[in-house]
Design a protein around this ligand. Structure first.
Ligand code: GTP
Ligand code: MG
Length: 459
């Protein structure tokens, strides 16, 4: 384990900025601070959690590298739980690199990705789910996703896992008492079903249900725009994003590839995908483009089927409406700024399932506010979440919770089927192990390395 040495990294993004922050953590942090920092006031008290003004100097003491503010956080009350030095210098990559070089001369090792968080985890400052929450908060694409990450960092998930552990430990104690009793006194006593088991299953189920809701805020909604050529798909993408992202012409078959961009609707990140118009392909390129559309339609959270309201419907329109297997369809009748060529009720019987129908003009932006609201509402309709509630956003957590739930349900069935209590105890212990994987109480080093190596450097 590389926890003995002192590590350093630039904690702010690479590039030019007013201020850049360099972090140092480890046993030598304080000693290094006294070498590299010359306080402006001779009698610097070097108190922990105080900010001091002065110069950053080279290791040989001959050159001033920058004027900076420096803080020193004494262990264990620091992010990593070790002695930590933070240098707030000027945000020029050349200056920061020069300081970093001197820190290495003074005995620091350059930190790898996530090493500060890894140390915080090993020193019990945060558990694994909190470390992961921190990473997802940094990468969050919406305000709500930030709020969810922050709630997890503050321990909302940790607390719920603790509650679940308590329930399972209590249930296990009851079951194990039966095992002892069976051995000592009367063979064949069937244990009662501890009420904690059903309660734990219920809480696990609601935690798992939060995944879908939270995922909408963290990963966003995938919206694929489809339709035959020339109906205005690319125009819709451009108007929704406010950019000239896709080429728009009146030549059918203009778009060949998938064109994507992200917008934010009421705090939800929405990934829009413009696609090639669906028709009998005219060449190999168009054929590939159309193949891509069908593949993407199946995985979309919302499919917008665009129809041209100003021209009669064709077989292509009908085929697109009927062949679409996605459950969340929104039909947008475009070009409603022009005189209509058909009535809405014409398409009523053409859909395999219900879909909302909306009149828009991609070119003039008419009806697009409603379209945006429908996109988000159709994904959020079944969900109401409060970022303060315990919720999961991480696939690893979801999988561990699913395994724990299976263990608990098996434990419950074992009791109901009158099986020996040892089986139930075994399943409950497995459930506990699965919960402990989330917080990192019990986890193998390989998984840990994988998790922390996906973090950014300096965090
Ligand atoms: N009047 C009117 N014209 C529109 C509207 N939306 C798009 N158009 C026009 O329709 C033509 C085709 O628009 P595109 O956005 O390129 O259509 P597309 O569906 O992406 O076409 P392909 O890429 O060929 O599949 C262009 O001339 C647009 O200016 C609209 O709301 N009203
Ligand atoms: Mg197009």
């Amino acid at each position: 384990m590389l926890l003995q040495d002192t590590i350093t990294a630039i904690a702010t993004p690479f590039g030019t900025a007013g201020v850049g922050i360099i972090r140092v953590s480890g046993t030598k942090a304080f000693e290094i601070a006294r070498c590299i920092f010359q306080p402006a006031h001779a009698n610097c008290p070097w108190e922990t959690h105080h900010l001091y003004h002065g110069d950053i100097i080279s290791a040989d003491g001959k050159t001033i590298l920058d004027e900076a503010l420096v803080s020193f956080m004494k262990q264990p009350h620091s992010f990593t739980g070790e002695d930590v030095l933070e240098i707030n210098c000027h945000g020029n990559p050349l200056i920061m690199k020069a300081i970093l070089t001197e820190l290495v001369v003074l005995g620091c090792r350059l930190a790898g990705p996530g090493e500060f968080s890894e140390r915080a985890f090993f020193n019990n400052r945060i558990d694994l789910s909190q470390a992961e929450a921190l990473a997802s908060m940094i990468a969050a694409k919406s305000a709500k996703a930030c709020a969810i990450g922050l709630a997890q960092l503050k321990g909302s998930l940790t607390k719920e896992i603790d509650n679940l552990r308590t329930l399972l430990i209590d249930a296990l104690a009851m079951i194990e008492a039966t095992i002892d009793f069976t051995d000592d006194v009367a063979e064949g006593v069937i244990p009662q079903l501890p009420p904690q088991i059903a309660l734990a299953a219920q809480r696990l189920q609601s935690l798992l249900a939060s995944y879908r809701a939270a995922k909408i805020y963290t990963e966003g909604i995938n919206v694929v725009i489809t339709g035959k050529p020339n109906v205005g798909k690319s125009s819709l993408l451009n108007t929704l994003t406010g950019k000239k992202k896709a080429i728009v012409t009146d030549i059918p078959g203009t778009t060949r590839d998938l064109i994507t961009d992200m917008i934010n609707i009421r705090g939800v990140p929405v990934n829009l995908v413009d696609t090639a118009g669906i028709r009998e392909p005219k060449d190999a390129i168009e054929k590939e483009g159309i193949k891509l559309v069908w593949e993407n339609l199946a995985n979309a959270d919302v499919v917008i089927i665009l129809l041209d309201g100003s021209k009669p419907l064709t077989v292509e329109d009908k085929e697109i409406l009927q062949k679409n297997k996605n459950g969340n369809i929104l039909i947008a009748i475009n070009k409603t700024d022009l005189p209509p060529a058909w009535e809405t009720r014409t398409i009523a019987g053409l859909l395999p399932q219900e879909g909302k129908i909306l009149n828009i003009s991609a070119k003039f932006g008419t009806g697009l506010e409603e379209l945006k609201n429908i996109i988000v509402d159709s994904c959020l309709s079944v969900i109401s979440i409060d970022a303060g509630d315990a919720m999961i956003t991480n696939m690893r957590h979801k999988m561990a919770l699913e395994k724990a739930l299976t263990n608990i349900l098996t434990a419950k069935n074992n009791i109901l089927n009158g099986m020996s209590p040892e089986f139930t105890a075994f399943d409950l212990r497995e459930a506990l192990d699965n919960l402990d994987e989330i917080t990192g109480r019990k986890i193998n080093d390989e998984i840990l390395d994988k998790i922390f190596s996906s973090f950014c450097i300096g965090k």
